[in-house]
Write a protein that binds this ligand. Sequence first.
Ligand code: PMP
Length: 337
Amino acid sequence: MTFYPNIIAAIGNTPLVKLNKVVPDGAATILAKCEFMNPTGSIKDRMGPYIIEQAEAAGLLKPGGTIVENTSGNTGQSLAMAAAVKGYRCVFTLPDKMSQEKIDMMRAYGAEVVITPTDVPGDSPDHYVNTAKRIAEETPGAFYVDQYHSQWNIEGHYHNTGREIFEQTDGGKFDVFMGGTGTGGTVSGVGRYLKEHAPDVKIIGVDPLGSVHYNLFKTGRLPAAYVYSVEGIGEDIECRAMDFSVVDDMVQIDDWESFHVGRALVREEGLFCGGSSGSIVAAAIEVAKKIGPDKTILVTLCDSGTRYISKYLSDKWMEEKGFFTDHKLLGQVQDLV
Ligand code: PMP
C-alpha cells in the first residue's frame, strides 16, 4: 500500500501537458505545468507549507501560534491547509476584488478572513498588506508570513517548483520558462534554479497591465499602479521576493487577453485553470510565434478554475464587465475568441 503521511506530503509532482489547439502552426511547443493539480488547487502549495516549516524551525512559529498573511486568496488556502494539519490559527487579509469562492474556501479551512479595499494606495493603512502587518503586531504568538518580501518564498519555489521542472525536463532540455509575477516567488525561485543548473533556459515573467513589476524591470522605477481584474498576479508595491537578476525579460498582458485565453484553455484544451494561466499562455503564444517551431516553452498554469466559476468563467460576468466587446486584438489570440 502506498500513502502519504498527510496532505502536505502530497504537494507537487504535477504533470506537464502539451497545448495542442491554442498554439498556432509554426510556433514553438508550449508545455503547461498543471499547478492547479496541487492539493489546494494552486502553485502556492509550493511555498506556503515550506514557509511554515522554516518558521517552525527558526522558532518564529510555536504550538498554539497564529499565522497572519496578506493574500490574494491562494496563499491563504495553502497556509490554511498546512495550519489545519498542524493545528495553528490563521488570520488573512484580502482585497475586495478577489472571488467569493476563494474567501469561502479559506473560511471552510477554518481561517479568519478580513476584507480590505482594493482601490487604495500601497501606503494606505487600509491596504491589505498594512492591515495584515497591524494584525500580526497586535496578536500574541503571531507569525507574519510576508510572502511579498520573504526569501523563503523564493526558496520554496527553488527547492520544489524549480527542481521538479529541471528533473521533469531531463535536466532542463527546453528553451524558455514563463511564469506569472505576483509576489515574484515563482519566477525568482524557478529562475534561480534554472540559472544554476540549466543556464541556457531563458526566464520570462508575465505581469498584468496595471501592475508595477514590468516597469520596475524595464526602467528600475516604481510606476503608478491601477486596478485590473485578473487575480493572483501583479502588485502595486516593490517586492523583495521578486529577484530580477534571474529574469531575462518581462511581458505585459491585459485582462481581456488573459480571460479569453484562459477560457480557451478550458474549452479547447480541457485545462480547468484560472485567469492568470490565461495571461501566461497569452504571452507564451506571442513568444512561441517569435522563436519558431524547434523550441519549447514551459509555462505554469497557476490555479484552478473552481475559484472563478462566478467570474471570468461566467458568461454573465464577462458580459457585465465588457469583456465580450471593447477590445481589438490581432493574430492568434483574436482567433481564439
Ligand atoms: N497566479 C495565481 C492565480 C496566483 O495566486 C499567484 C500567486 N500570487 C501567481 C500566479 C503568481 O505567483 P508568485 O506570487 O509566485 O509570483
